[in-house]
Design a protein around this ligand. Structure first.
Ligand code: KG4
Ligand code: ZN
Length: 338
């Protein structure tokens, strides 16, 4: 490691990934160790909160040690501790927070709690070294679907959000109905590549005129109704076609609303974030749409789209730089607002 760099040690345990990262000067990854529990939860078709907490507790020390060893960093070299403090599963969040607090207390290091969504957005600062606010961010994950006007590193205005299911949740639920397994997003993405998206049509729910909110729960019902109707008629359901049609309807709504958000705010930069940002159709169609509109599009590499501690370290760095530190009273906030 080079001399004189500002080192952030970060923890992320809000859902089913136990991750510890070391970040230099906010944007340079020294290490980003991610231990995924997907295999543990997939037999249940989704994340089981109690099991997630237990696995975080079992894994956190090993993941922490691997991160420190891999980066060749001593705790004495660390300048800041960052940790996801919400939103997320309360028992899962608490494991990361307790560990971060213990390290911060033992070594007298400053501590910063990070909002998980601000972490997802910050993944783009790591990926794109020249990216700076202001911009519009479309945050699409298993737990969130938000359109955010990022006016500064710590200045967010939520322009719209989902009123029911998150985009990733819709992918996961529809994949389960189609028997594709968990997590559903990547499976639907893959199946859709061999399907015809126009073989059937699902409603694009745009809500009220000018609304930047989303609603995806009706789409899941639409898919279920379609499957039941086909069964009643004694017809086979083509899983690939259905996956493709479903995916296109989600992606078209996301893109339409993101472009409206850019247009009403006058922003010319659009930043994609969260697990669903890995979706190949979303990336492709959004790239085309942004080119047409003269908007610069940014998205993270696949690894930085899903939950990881590097993005939390980056967000913690910018909070600390703006004088936003926490103390030992930091707690887990499962429904924390952005
Ligand atoms: O950001 P993330 O790791 O966790 C949350 O904060 O929720 O996102 C996980 C979500 C899951 O719902 C997963 O199905 C979805 O991201 N996802 C995808 C793809 N890869 C992951 N959704 C659509 N297409 C993908 N390629
Ligand atoms: Zn996430």
């Amino acid at each position: 490691m080079k001399e004189g760099k500002f080192i952030t040690l970060a923890f992320e345990t809000s859902c089913d990934e136990t991750s510890v990262a070391l970040i230099a000067d906010g944007r340079e990854i020294l290490t980003n160790v991610i231990s995924s529990q997907i295999d543990v939860h997939k037999v249940f078709g989704g994340v089981v909160p109690e099991i997630a907490s237990r696995h975080h507790l079992e894994n956190i020390n090993t993941v922490y040690k691997s991160a420190m060893d891999e980066a060749g960093v001593m705790l004495e070299d660390v300048d800041l501790i960052g940790v996801t403090c919400g939103p997320g599963l309360v028992g899962a969040l608490l494991i990361g927070i307790a560990t971060a607090k213990a390290v911060a207390y033992a070594k007298g290091k400053p501590l910063v709690g990070v909002h998980h969504i601000s972490g997802h957005i910050s993944a783009n600062y790591i990926e794109h070294k020249d990216l700076e606010p202001p911009f519009i961010s479309l945050v699409v994950s298993g737990g969130h679907t938000h359109l955010v006007h990022v006016k500064g590193y710590n200045d967010y205005e939520v322009l719209g959000r989902t009123r029911d299911d998150a985009a990733g949740e819709a992918f996961d639920k529809v994949a389960r109905v189609l028997g594709l397994g968990y997590p559903g997003g990547p499976r639907i993405d893959e199946a859709a590549k061999s399907g015809n998206p126009h073989s059937m049509e699902f409603k694009r729910v745009m809500l009220e005129k000018d609304s930047l909110d989303f609603s995806f729960s009706g789409l899941k019902t639409g898919v279920l109704n379609y499957i039941n109707t086909q069964k009643l008629k004694g017809r086979e359901v083509d899983v690939n076609d259905l996956a493709a049609a479903f995916q296109l309807s989600v992606v078209e709504v996301l893109i339409a609303k993101a472009l409206i958000a850019a247009s009403v705010t006058g922003e010319k930069k659009l930043v994609l974030a969260g697990g669903v940002a890995a979706n190949s159709l979303l990336r492709k169609l959004l790239t085309e749409a942004c080119e047409k509109e003269g908007i610069s599009l940014y998205y993270p590499s696949h690894l930085l789209c899903t939950d990881n501690a590097a993005m939390i370290g980056c967000a913690a760095y910018y909070k600390y730089r703006d004088g936003l530190a926490d103390d030992m009273t930091l707690d887990a906030y499962p429904a924390l607002a952005l």
